[in-house]
Design a protein around this ligand. Structure first.
Ligand SMILES: Nc1nc2c(ncn2[C@@H]2O[C@H](COP(=O)(O)OP(=O)(O)O)[C@@H](O)[C@H]2O)c(=O)[nH]1
Ligand SMILES: [Mg+2]
Length: 345
């Protein structure tokens, strides 16, 4: 039985609203990745904060103590709410997205899901997505290197593979791989290939044995998404960005160019790219280049999974629905439910 405390959720949402309001009316670029992958560090790097290598802890940190995205994950608010960070140097707002998987309380999972939904609803649009993966995870080359990220993507998007068209993939923590960028590339591609094969193997076993799941917490349909996703990423392997946050800004420029190259339909129609001053990156594969030339439809709220994937969120939506009372018809109930959800506005 899921215990939902609506007033606790409301209180936390009010607290979190202060953090998300910078998204209002803006183009967002969502930054998604497993907790600890380096999202906050990457954001500080993109915002121009100087980084240094802390030899003692083997991590990379900002030189300045006060920076927009807090590094590490002991800050409650940083892990609970989305955090849009407006910066005058970008025509979009980078948005640090929390994971959904950390062993959190039900109510907190719901707060995270609603915070995400509110951020996207108040924004003008989601322009693009940066998906981060940790190079060191691929050293083990096990399925788990991608499992938590896939869970996040599956929970968030109706079709994670389709969303790749709007995404740029970045690999972090290159400095932790002996042999630098070249070896990091090799390890990443080997890791992705192994994961793809492992998915195929598990799907086959599960299908033969007519089972839904095995020892891990992924189910057969999730293995299928993961296999398709990994294949799609490998299909565009030349587009994977290896981000060296200790460089003088080369990775920053690369990421910026790639985000600029994500073209939505409205931009293509009016041919007004708000920021793009450089040509889009040249893809080595013809079919991908052709695909890139086609305008993409805008990402809408329907591309997300807020309503019906996560059991906690479903239960919350039902609780709101029940709260609306028996006497109202469905439309009114939904309106009241939404009113409860969007009480902030
Ligand atoms: N060595 C190294 N450490 C990193 C890098 N990026 C992040 N870290 C460290 O990894 C930890 C988690 O980073 P953080 O940005 O908080 O991850 P988040 O949970 O995804 O926001 C921190 O201790 C960072 O200092 C990197 O490129 N190299
Ligand atoms: Mg963070």
């Amino acid at each position: 039985m899921i215990q939902i405390n609506i007033s606790e959720i409301q209180a936390k949402l009010i607290e979190g609203y202060g953090l998300i309001k910078d998204a209002k009316g803006k183009d967002l670029v969502l930054v998604i990745g497993n907790t600890g992958v380096g999202k906050s560090t990457f954001l500080n790097y993109m915002l121009g904060y100087k980084m240094y290598q802390n030899e003692e802890s083997d991590t990379v940190e900002t030189v300045e103590r006060e920076c927009p995205a807090h590094i590490g994950h002991n800050m409650h608010s940083q892990t609970l709410y989305t955090h849009p960070i407006a910066d005058k140097n970008y025509p979009w707002v980078f948005t640090d997205c929390p994971g959904f998987l950390d062993n959190r309380m039900t109510n907190d999972t719901i707060v995270t899901s609603i915070s995400m939904e509110l951020t996207i609803r108040i924004a003008k649009q989601v322009k693009g997505i940066v998906i981060l993966m940790d190079a060191t995870e691929f050293l083990s080359s096990r399925l788990t290197a991608l499992g938590p990220l896939m869970k996040i993507l599956i929970k968030l998007f109706r079709d994670p593979v389709e969303m790749l068209k709007y995404s740029v993939i970045g690999v972090t923590k290159l400095d932790q791989i002996k042999g630098g960028k070249t070896r990091a590339k090799k390890i990443t591609l080997q890791g992705l290939n192994k994961i793809k094969e492992e998915c195929r193997r598990r799907i086959k076993t599960l299908e033969t044995e007519k089972r839904e799941r095995d020892g891990t917490d992924l189910i057969i349909s999730e293995y299928k998404v993961m296999e398709e996703f990994t294949s799609a990423v490998l299909g565009r392997k030349d587009d994977i960005m290896f981000i060296d946050i200790l460089d003088d800004g080369d990775s920053k420029q690369l990421v910026t160019d790639r985000i600029c190259a994500i073209r939505s339909r409205t931009e293509a129609q009016t041919d007004q790219l708000p920021y793009d001053t450089s040509p889009p990156p040249i893809s080595t594969s013809t079919s991908n280049a052709q695909q890139d030339a086609l305008p993409l439809p805008l990402i809408t709220i329907a591309d997300f999974n807020f309503e019906d994937y996560d059991i906690n969120r479903t239960s919350f939506n039902k609780a709101i629905y029940d709260l609306a009372g028996e006497e109202n018809d469905v439309d009114e109930k939904i309106e009241i439910g939404v009113g409860q959800l969007y009480f902030c506005f």
